[in-house]
Ligand binder design. Structure first.
Ligand code: UDP
Length: 431
């Protein structure tokens, strides 16, 4: 429903469908981010249209999330899954589908917020033919990803070029952590406007509740020491490090240890090579009996997993932000994570979790061990972790900052102002 009183804006999220099931191999933080930002912006008075590529002929073309927030699935290539690295060739069709949607609906979005480099390209194309203001969030950076890999895909150079162009040409880039901002400055470009606005989490859904009840619901024993991983199966998530750390802990004959790996595709969908590789390592190390692969879990049940866990482990090689960390902490679970990217921004060492070097199996094993066997300290961390998230990362607070940023960008375009004098509103609130 489009209201004349509301300013219509567009969020573009080419491959990450905000209306998709979260947690499958392809659907992750970006889907969660765009959907929550879109819905919350609508609750703040905007009309929000979220555009994505249609990947399934059975999916609806338009999903209405709330009266003023909808997902629009555009034709761009075959209506089937296409790996991200092969999507660039379909982006011109995405742009023309976007433009024809605008025309048929009689809309003209003055502000477009793009997500991921493919959408950035679409945004810059739109900028050529209409007077839009462009805001961009990267979610993942080729400049970091390709540092770590001997073999880069063919698309790498195009991606790096577009990542630089968007930083220099967007009205503002949103970095989700100060660490991401530094990375952008050192690896992408020294030009362009960056504001730091973190990701958020639904603190009504992820919150402190009873561990005993969560364990009963999931049929976990009260004596079990539960080590939890939540996320996609992707080599860069470092699940192998966690499995090897778990094996090390098992060598010490510690009782009741259980590794719970949450994530993957929903029923009947293959999970890809990384899951196979991880399962193989689990078998090789003789951990099958003490490891559970749950598959994809929705956000309705996921809080029970966090709450039931003793520790949540995030062994990523790099994370620009890392939603899982704030979801776990919001539920009062201490985190052991790699000291990389946004994880060093969200986790307060010794207060809400521990940070250790990525890929360091022994450091992960030690960190997990400390948390599993220090009950007093953990009781304190539980409260601190949830307060940390409530104060800094609620979607409402985060989206208020985005909303203010949009207003500033739009006002500046009307006034033809050159100077960038945006003042970030302070939104922290006590738990
Ligand atoms: N997720 C989920 N179900 C699962 C696995 C993951 O809902 O089975 C969600 C998780 O709750 C989080 C997102 O997927 O909201 C992952 O975001 P994160 O930023 O941690 O990683 P990304 O996928 O963006 O690399």
């Amino acid at each position: 429903m489009l209201s004349l009183n509301r300013q219509a804006i567009a969020l573009i999220s080419d491959h990450a469908d905000p209306a998709a099931e979260i947690g499958s191999e392809e659907a992750g933080g970006q889907n969660v981010y765009v959907r929550h930002v879109g819905e919350t912006l609508a609750s703040l008075g905007w009309h929000v249209d979220m555009f994505t590529r249609k990947v399934n002929a059975d999916d609806e073309d338009i999903v209405q999330h709330t009266p003023h927030c909808r997902t629009i699935r555009l034709q761009a290539g075959a209506e089937t899954y296409i790996p991200r690295d092969q999507l660039f060739g379909h982006m011109p069709e995405f742009v023309s589908s976007f433009q024809s949607f605008q025309r048929t609906q009689g809309l003209n979005y003055p502000l477009v917020h793009t997500n991921y480099w493919l959408s950035a390209w679409a945004g810059m194309e739109l900028q050529k033919t209409s007077a839009i203001q462009l805001v961009h969030t990267y979610h993942s950076l080729g400049a970091v990803k390709y540092q770590d890999r001997a073999k880069t895909p063919q698309i790498a150079n195009t991606r790096l070029k577009i990542e630089r162009e968007i930083l220099e040409r967007a009205n503002c880039v949103v970095a989700t952590s100060p660490q991401e901002q530094e990375t952008l400055r050192s690896l992408v470009s020294t030009q362009g406007q960056i504001e730091v606005i973190p990701c958020g989490t639904d603190t009504n859904n992820f919150r402190l509740t009873s561990k005993a009840l969560a364990r009963a619901k999931l049929k976990f024993g009260s004596q079990e020491k539960i080590i939890l991983y939540v996320g996609r199966f992707d080599e860069r998530k470092g699940i192998e490090t966690l499995v090897r750390a778990f094996a090390l802990l098992k060598e010490y004959d510690l009782p009741h240890l259980k590794l719970v790996i949450v994530g993957g595709s929903s029923a009947n969908m293959p999970d890809g090579d990384e899951r196979e590789r991880i399962e193989h390592i689990v078998d090789e190390l003789g951990l099958r009996d003490s490891t559970v692969f749950t598959g994809r879990i929705g956000h309705d049940i996921l809080p029970f997993y966090y709450t039931a866990a003793d520790v949540c482990v995030i062994p990523s090689h790099y994370e620009p932000f890392g939603l899982v960390a704030i979801e776990a902490m919001a539920c009062g679970v201490p985190v052991v994570a790699s000291n990389v990217g946004g994880l060093t921004f969200t986790i307060l060492p010794e207060e809400t979790g521990l940070l250790v070097p990525p890929k360091d199996v022994v450091a992960f094993a030690n960190g997990i061990h400390r948390i599993l066997f220090d009950e007093l300290w953990v009781r304190k961390m539980r409260k601190q972790a949830s307060a940390n998230v409530n104060q800094r990362f609620s979607w409402t607070g985060v989206t208020i900052q985005l909303s203010e940023l949009y207003r500033h960008v739009l006002a500046r375009s009307i006034m033809h102002e050159q100077a960038w004098n945006y003042k970030m509103p302070s939104i922290t609130r006590s738990a």
